[in-house]
Design a protein around this ligand. Structure first.
Ligand SMILES: C[S@@+](CC[C@H](N)C(=O)[O-])C[C@H]1O[C@@H](n2cnc3c(N)ncnc32)[C@H](O)[C@@H]1O
Length: 261
């Protein structure tokens, strides 16, 4: 008889170095099973065998499990509020801003911030952007800065012309300008296990909490809040909310923005 999901989870945790317990387990099980169907994998035991022996399958599993879809200007009204209200307010109080995109996936999010800064006429030495993720493959992709139309659908034709060049050999793919790429520093970080550095003026953690259990979400909200300077901001995904933000030293300002008290 093959192993059950509980046993699969314990073995996969060691192979992948991921603590599944922080994630919504029903969802992880569904995602695992759908990937197994796609690859004609019979049962959890065979899945473990493939995770151990087949690097390609292991990468596909990680990719499927973490869902690293992202877009430039995802939920554009939030970025409009960021550009018009939040960033001017932060620059009023600070000469230089420290911004962290966690997790950043394929880089659309931190690069969107760099494009906004450029559009606002902010000099590159007035801000730094750190972007981190658990998935090393997606970080490598992010550094390349090549995107298909699914990531670019919210980018206006003006901005597309200004900051991207078509990649001739790859059809509908565009390469982001080096100037924007150079504004973002990428690093590997497990946001559940690793320590956070402090002194951030703006942290974006968007479309990540949706995968986590209530307990871990609460723990990480506190970790993020502790890392933000007083008067700084925490920016979530448009379907994510913090209930009782005061408990974490945060105050809801508007849409998905919380100000650190
Ligand atoms: C849906 S993407 C969000 C990307 C971007 N913030 C956005 O909203 O477009 C979720 C990302 O979370 C990353 N992730 C999942 N678990 C993580 C963890 N424990 N630590 C760091 N990143 C993690 C995945 O690799 C994936 O790239």
């Amino acid at each position: 008889m093959s192993i059950n999901f509980e046993e699969f989870k314990n073995q996969a945790k060691k192979i992948l170095n991921i603590n599944f317990d922080g994630y919504k387990l029903k969802r992880v099980e569904r995602r695992t099973e759908s990937l197994m169907r796609r690859h004609n994998v019979e049962d959890f035991e065979e899945c473990i065998h493939l995770l151990k022996t087949n690097e390609e399958f292991k990468a596909a599993y990680l990719n499927h499990f973490t869902i690293n879809t992202s877009e430039f200007f995802r939920n554009a009204n939030n970025y409009e509020y960021l550009q018009k209200k939040i960033l001017p307010k932060l620059f009023n109080k600070n000469k230089k801003l420290k911004i962290w995109s966690a997790p950043c996936s394929n880089g659309c999010e931190p690069y969107t911030i760099a494009i906004i800064m450029e559009e606002m006429g902010i000099h590159s030495n007035q801000y730094e952007i750190l972007a981190s993720d658990l998935d090393k493959n997606i970080i490598a992709e992010a550094k390349e800065g090549i995107y298909g139309m699914s990531s670019l659908k919210n980018v206006s034709s003006d901005l597309l012309k200004k900051y991207f060049k078509p990649v001739s050999t790859e059809g509908q793919k565009y390469q982001l300008s080096k100037k924007i790429i150079n504004q973002v520093k990428f690093e590997y970080k497990d946001l559940i296990k690793d320590k956070y550095s402090t002194d951030w003026d703006l942290i974006l953690s968007r479309n990540f909490f949706i995968y986590l259990t209530r307990e871990i979400k609460s723990e990480l909200t506190q970790k993020f809040s502790d890392s933000i300077n007083s008067g700084g901001y925490f920016f979530l995904g448009s379907t994510e909310f913090i209930f009782n933000p005061e408990q974490y030293g945060l105050k809801k300002e508007h849409l998905s923005f919380y100000e650190k008290q």
